[in-house]
Design a protein around this ligand. Structure first.
Ligand code: CMC
Length: 427
């Protein structure tokens, strides 16, 4: 293929470089368009804009393909451990056993939270949303590790990254336990990452904690499936905040805030609330399908549609099977699973959804699993954040290593042109 394109504007021709990715994706490099032609491009919502070159995750929304560092999501969800996937995303290769042992030991070493942060946590009202608390505490971590702010050295980066991988699960468990009125506990360094998370979250103060394989396997799968998704809203936020050299913890805190929204990670909470509302309204899925298609009604079928997938979200397929397995294994008969399956069936046959290529996304079935694990709906997005942590970190690290410039988009101004100030009495 030609490696240059040309555009003609007012009889002037400008050359534009063509960039081709390793999966043959093609992009026009317009970075010199302003200096060469005094032109910018306009693309609200960045629907057609590549913000960077990245070697972390490949996704083909038309074919429903998702790969981390070249490995298919289906294979990773089936065969890998979350910590292996975290290593893969952040450092580029699957770890050897020695590398994995070191990662795990280094995390255990750092899985301690300054007691003063516990005081900050306890000062939040019980009604505070867990995502707000997690974002604040993540930002708060900077105060206890100020050296982690503006770092470029590989060793300092490793240290900051490991601190986050170690401390965020403790904070997630604490946010959950506080909501449940349970004492805040540390985990058990003899356990693996996900087993430890399960114990930190679910152990009772008066009872020996017995690991449940189904719970651990479901958590492991969910964390892996959420671990990265290239330049989505929260990851782009992490990259753009990090591009100002604000520091890793502050960048991740911003990512958590971006994930909170209902159109992004907050959709998993919104899905369960929607399914429960349909259930308590008599289970009439057709009524809600009509509402979703009615342009005068703000209601949307939560957990459906995706900016990039115009085919099945491969993660949704895996989670749907896992939801069946978990409910069966735990002996739970939840009517909202049937409502979800009913909605999916109707949507896949409905012209509105077919024409717009709206399929179930990752959030459609994940909440059903979290609910079965006794995780309250407001905690669902926190679980998503924990899964997404390695992805955010990997992107932040890639951005710093590639020495990307500060993110600063342009705009087309549509406001008033120059006018003279008028005195207040004459307005
Ligand atoms: N229910 C009903 N109609 C929908 C839906 C939906 N869930 N999603 C999109 N549409 C319609 C939309 O009204 C528009 O119709 P028209 O062309 O007639 O105006 C068309 O489909 C295209 O939608 P869009 O909003 O322009 O698409 P987008 O790429 O800007 O938005 C989305 C993608 C995910 C925000 C959107 O599909 C949505 O709001 N879905 C529900 C929320 C959700 O499940 N979010 C989780 C996304 S996956 C996980 C994550 O990112 O964290």
């Amino acid at each position: 293929m030609n490696n240059k394109a040309t555009i003609n504007i007012n009889d002037n021709t400008h050359d534009i470089d063509i960039i081709t990715g390793s999966e043959k994706e093609v992009a026009l490099d317009i970075s010199k368009l302003r200096s060469d032609a005094n032109l910018i491009t306009l693309d609200a919502g960045f629907k057609n804009t590549g913000s960077c070159q990245s070697a972390i995750t490949f996704l083909d929304g038309e074919k429903g393909i998702l790969r981390y560092r070249g490995y298919s999501i289906e294979e990773l969800a089936e065969k890998a451990d979350f910590l292996e996937v975290a290593y893969l995303l952040i450092f580029g290769e699957l770890p050897t056993q020695d590398q994995l042992n070191k990662l795990s030991d280094d995390i255990k070493e750092r899985a301690i939270i300054d007691e003063d942060l516990r005081i900050i946590l306890n000062s939040f009202p019980k009604s505070a949303h867990p995502m707000g608390i997690l974002s604040s505490l993540t930002s708060g971590l900077v105060a206890f590790d100020p050296s982690a702010v503006d770092i470029d050295d590989e060793e300092d980066m490793y240290d900051a990254i490991l601190n986050l991988l170690a401390k965020i699960p403790v904070l997630v468990a604490w946010v959950y336990r506080r909501r449940k009125g349970l004492p805040l506990e540390y985990g058990d360094t003899s356990l693996g990452y996900v087993e430890n998370l399960a114990k930190m979250m679910f152990q009772r103060p008066n009872k020996e904690y017995i690991q449940n394989k189904t719970v651990v396997s479901a958590l492991n799968k969910l964390l892996i499936l959420h671990a990265d998704h290239e330049q989505n809203c929260s990851t782009s936020t992490v990259r753009i905040v990090g591009s100002s050299h604000a520091g890793l913890f502050a960048s991740i805190s911003a990512g958590i805030s971006a994930l909170w929204g209902r159109l992004h990670g907050g959709a998993n909470q919104a899905v369960i609330e929607m399914l429960e509302a349909i259930d308590s309204d008599g289970g009439d899925t057709k009524k809600y399908m009509l509402k979703a298609k009615d342009k005068t009604d703000p209601f949307r079928l939560m957990g459906f549609g995706h900016r990039v997938y115009k085919n099945f979200d491969p993660r949704a397929k895996i989670i749907k099977v896992a939801a069946d397995e978990v409910l069966k294994d735990l002996g739970i008969n939840d009517p909202i699973l049937d409502i979800a399956k009913g909605l999916e069936k109707e949507a896949l046959e409905d012209k509105y959804f077919v024409d717009r290529k709206l399929y179930p996304n990752v959030d459609f079935y994940s909440g059903i699993i979290y609910k079965a694990l006794d995780i309250p709906a407001e905690m669902f997005t926190v679980m998503f954040a924990l899964g997404r942590l390695p992805g955010w970190v990997a992107h932040w690290r890639e951005m710093r290593i590639r020495k990307e410039p500060i993110g600063r988009p342009r705009q087309v101004y549509i406001g008033q042109t120059h006018r003279l100030f008028s005195d207040i009495k004459s307005r």
